[in-house]
Ligand binder design. Structure first.
Ligand SMILES: C[S@@+](CC[C@H](N)C(=O)[O-])C[C@H]1O[C@@H](n2cnc3c(N)ncnc32)[C@H](O)[C@@H]1O
Length: 285
């Protein structure tokens, strides 16, 4: 019996047939928290539904509902609301043997990026220097430090709330010798890194919309043997070249050559829209 049918069974004496038909077909689990998306017509019954959900999952401590999208520069959840169990939004979510500790009401965690978080670790060559320009709580930096022979990762995050958890997660996963957390605007921080002589083998630009206004500064990290950039964006399936052309145009103006090594779709992002990553090799002309 699937999730929705079990929930219907639990609630058949408390909700109308109409309301039972509107119950959610799925849920997201982060640590010991379940997050539901509820049809607006069910919001009056949110506590009852939350209690029923809690009874269905003995290991789960709290039920929240997601009432919005991911918004703003900090990519924050618009509205995550507590409905049942323990009102404690701090979770420890385990993925690929990495623990991510964060506050689910203030910080996003995209389960849809799970494959990309794993795949990137497989690209790292021994001794690499990596700069993660939009590090968040360590979405990419933690698994790379844990599962590759990277030399050093400079993880830059501007949101103090996310930065606090980035520092905590580095400790929780015992990765202090691999990751250097930096709290600041990556536009400024990458210049400080390159002026201090640091050059990168790999630069991760993992944010939406595609961070083209950060490319010029990021190019200061390119080393003499060339550097791989992982440049993210949203595009129609066959229009990923638009993202590459915008990158290439800026790099050319700065005196760099770009080779599109590969691209991959991370997840669907809306009607005929996809979260896409480009692997671009860049070297000085
Ligand atoms: C949420 S992450 C993206 C998600 C991540 N790629 C993943 O796989 O789940 C983007 C992060 O970039 C941070 N950010 C946005 N602008 C920034 C900037 N100028 N400098 C540093 N960090 C920035 C946001 O605060 C956010 O934590």
């Amino acid at each position: 019996m699937g999730f929705k049918d079990k929930l219907k069974e639990q609630l058949k004496s408390e909700l109308s047939e109409e309301e039972l038909s509107l119950l959610p077909g799925g849920f997201q689990t982060l640590g010991k928290v379940v997050i539901l998306k509820l049809n607006p017509n069910l919001l009056e019954k949110k506590e009852i539904i939350g209690k029923a959900c809690l009874d269905m999952f003995p290991k789960i401590k709290s039920i929240y509902i997601n009432k919005g999208k991911i918004v703003g520069t900090y990519r924050e959840p618009e509205k995550i609301e507590f409905i049942a169990g323990e009102n404690n939004p701090i979770v420890e979510h385990k993925e690929h043997d990495v623990t991510y500790r964060f506050n689910i009401t203030k910080i996003m965690f995209s389960k849809g990026n799970i494959n990309e978080r794993k795949f990137l670790t497989t690209l790292i060559q021994s001794g690499e220097i990596v700069v993660d320009m939009f590090a968040g709580i360590g979405y990419f930096s933690l698994p790379i430090a844990k599962h590759s022979s990277v030399e050093k990762i400079y993880s830059i995050e501007v949101n103090p709330e996310s930065y606090k958890f980035l520092v905590e997660n580095i400790k929780i996963n015992h990765l202090e010798d691999k990751i250097v957390p930096i709290n600041g605007d990556c536009k400024v921080e990458v210049i400080k890194l390159s002026e201090s002589g640091i050059r990168a083998n790999r630069v991760i630009m993992g944010v939406f919309p595609a961070p083209k206004e950060y490319i010029t500064e990021a190019l200061s990290l390119v080393n003499n043997n060339g550097t791989v950039f992982h440049y993210e964006g949203v595009a129609e399936k066959d229009k990923y070249i638009v993202l590459f052309n915008e990158f290439n145009e800026i790099a050319q103006k700065e005196g760099y050559n770009c080779e599109l090594k590969s691209h991959r779709i991370v997840k669907s992002y809306g009607p005929n829209l996809y979260h896409i990553v480009l692997d671009i090799f860049i070297f000085k002309i």
